[in-house]
Structure formats: structure tokens, C-alpha cells
Design a binder for this molecule. Sequence first.
Ligand code: UD1
Length: 431
Amino acid sequence: MDKFLITGGRPLEGQVAISGAKNAALPEMAAALLTNQGVILHNVPRVRDISTLRSLMEELGVDSSVTHEEHGNRVEIEARQLLNPLAPYELVKQMRASVLVLGPLVARFGHARVSLPGGCAIGARPVNLHLKGLEQLGATIKIEHGYIHAQSDGLKGTNFSFDVISVTGTENLMMAATLAEGETLLENAAREPEVQDLANLLNKMGAQIEGAGTGEIRIRGVSRLHGTEHSIIPDRIEAATFLVAAAITGGRLSVAWVEPTHLTAVMGKLAEAGVRIDKVAKPVGSLETRAILTAEGPTRLRAADVTTQEFPGFPTDMQAQYMALMTQAEGASVITETIFENRFLHALELARMGADIAVNGRRAVVHGRTPLSGAKTLASDLRASASLVLAGLAAEGETLIDRVYHIDRGYERIEEKLTRVGAKIRRVSGN
Ligand code: UD1
């Protein structure tokens, strides 16, 4: 298993280009199952979750081809037929987002067998709302031998209100409803930019979706969708992670190809902590369609409390990285996690590096600033690993992070991007 070896204490300087959003690319690849024509996606990030979904598509009998482009990959998917409606446990356990094939498969082919995702390091993460919504759209759902069996003779539009806001739940039902007969209204829907980007793709495919990006999404079903071409939005979590990397090392980074409107909550919090963030009005080079943000770490970071919330609030996917930053801020900060019930595993690892963090249920209190010192650490999940990388960059001495396959799931070659801006980080292969 690969590890990262980081020698900390070097301020980062330079420019980093952000990749396409993994959490938009995943549902958008699944959306290609809704048509028998080719769907071409650009800016697909080169991360492991994407390879996992491609393997899953292969299991279904759907081929995809990948070409390297200057910015990410171009992925073409043509789901002419379905050879096998099965998403096996072996793949779903690697990536819970595999459940995103459920809605499209039932809507287009009328049947699907998708393994139920098991528990997860950060919380129970049930998919009950995905299932309840599909049932309300007219599918018959049975759970047998750990698998979801879904069947339908044709979905019918409905009004469905989410008890809890769910990102992939909204995406699954929105995709399914595109081919349902009549109109569907999704209430208390997720407003994340990735949901909006998916709706943009689906509309290009001929769907009739209004309101994506708000809590109420209206979908008028159509009888068929067609192929199209689409460029995926920048990854706001990767961008935010690099903004924190500049801040925690007291460096100055330009983070290119970002969408600032997706980062409002994070930028606000970083500003409160004393980080200077400027938007470069005229982006340069070939990435000109998006903005560049420069972040400059202050000599003294200030503690600032944060509570994770659904978009447009502060993302839970940035909580771990923000906690690493707060270990270097003067004063006490209270970090409240409202989305997942067990998302503080990184706190224990950060404590091993010298952080002073008290966790009580969904609340963590960080007392800073405590110097960090390099240590052997263990990554527990994707974003927790990113927080350990950030802590390692700020720590004195060497940090060894084990199980970096977690970080490879969602960050494209993070060690290469960091090396280019002055970090001393290398991948160590083997056991
Ligand atoms: C997505 C993101 C993930 C992010 C999360 C929250 C993808 C591929 N992943 O995950 O990176 O951390 O949103 O922003 O986009 N819930 C239920 N029943 C359900 C579904 C969800 O109770 O049927 C609960 C979950 O347990 C959790 C909360 O709703 O407490 C939010 O989860 P959800 O938005 O569904 O997360 P994901 O879509 O899995």
C-alpha cells in the first residue's frame, strides 16, 4: 500500500490548476446510462473513484473510452445496451456513489440489482431516501441477500420531499425522473453545484429540469434522451484544500481554474481566520474560462468557529482540512459537524502530531496554536487524508501517511501538484 512521506515546514509558492469535480463526474457518467447515444464528458478528473465507476459500467456491459486532454480526461460512454443489471458488492463497497447507477438503470431498462452499500468510516450513510423516492416513482424495491432489487414497468412522476437533504439521493431521483411519465417535484432537494451541473448535462441530453440549485426541482419526464458533450465544473473541494495549503504553510498560492461562487462559505471562513484571498480578474493561459484565486497565509492565523452545512454552507468535505488549519490558529475554535455522525477520525491523528483537540459528539474544540511535529499517521477516509497531508506540510520533521489510497480516490496526483509548488512530499510504494 502506498504511503506519503512529507517533510514539513516549507511555505508553498506558485500556481496549481484544479481538476474537474469528482462529485459531478460520477453522477454525470451514470447519467450516460439514460441514453443509447454517446455522452462525451471533458475535465473528468484522473482519480480512483472514476476508475471504479468505469469498472462498474464495464460489469453492466457498457464501454467507455478515455483520452488524455490538457485538462483532465475526456470520457466517452455509449450505453447501447445493458448486458447485466448488476452492480456487485465488490465494487459498491469500494465506492458508495456506485448507487448512482440505480436510478438511471431502473428508469431506462426497468430493472437493476445494486449491492447495498455497507457502513462507512464517517457515518451510517443509509440510502433509504433513494429507495423511498424510487418507490414513490413507481418502482418495486426489494432487499435480498444484501442487494437492492429494483423493478419497474415505467416510472410515473410524483412529488417527493426529502426528510434529510441528500446529494446523491437528489441526483438519483432527478435522473430517474427524466424518463418518468409526467412531472416530478423534488422538495428539500440538495442545492450543491454538482447537482446543478448534472441537471445542465441532463438538459443538454433533452431532459426538462427546472430549479436545480434550489431546494425545489421540477422535472418534466420525456420519452427518451440523446447523446451530448459536456465539460465538468472545477472541483471546489480540491480548490479549497489548496487554499488551506497556502494558509497553513504561510505561503502564497494561485489556485487556477476555480469557480469562486462555489467557494463563498470557505473563502469567508478563511478570511475570518486571517487568510488573504484575492480573485485575479483576468485568468491567464488556456484555463481562461474560470477564475484564479490567490491565497496568502498570514503570519498569525486566528481561530474561527465553523459548522458544516449543506450547500451553500460550509462543506463537510472541508471540515477535516479546516481542522488541520485551526491547529495552527491562535485561540480556541469550535468545529461542529452536522452532516455525518462520525467524521472526526482525523482529530486523533492530528493529536498524535501535537494538536490539542477535544471531541465531544458532533463537536470538536481545537486549542491553537500548538506546534505540529511529524509522525506516522493513518488515513481513515478521503478528506481525513487530505487533512493529514496539510498537517504534514506544516509540521516540523517527517510525516508518514499510510493508506493514501483514500486520497487517490478523490485528489488527482496531489503529491505532484504539491511538489510543483515547493512541498517536499513523495509517494512511497509497497507495504
Ligand atoms: C455526497 C458527496 C460527499 C459529501 C456528502 C455531503 C458524492 C459522490 N458524495 O455524499 O462527498 O460528503 O454528499 O455533502 O457526491 N442520508 C440518509 N438517507 C439517505 C441518504 C442520505 O439519511 O437515503 C443522510 C446521510 O447519512 C448523511 C446525510 O443524509 O447524514 C447527507 O448525506 P448525502 O448528501 O446523501 O451524502 P452522499 O450523497 O452520500
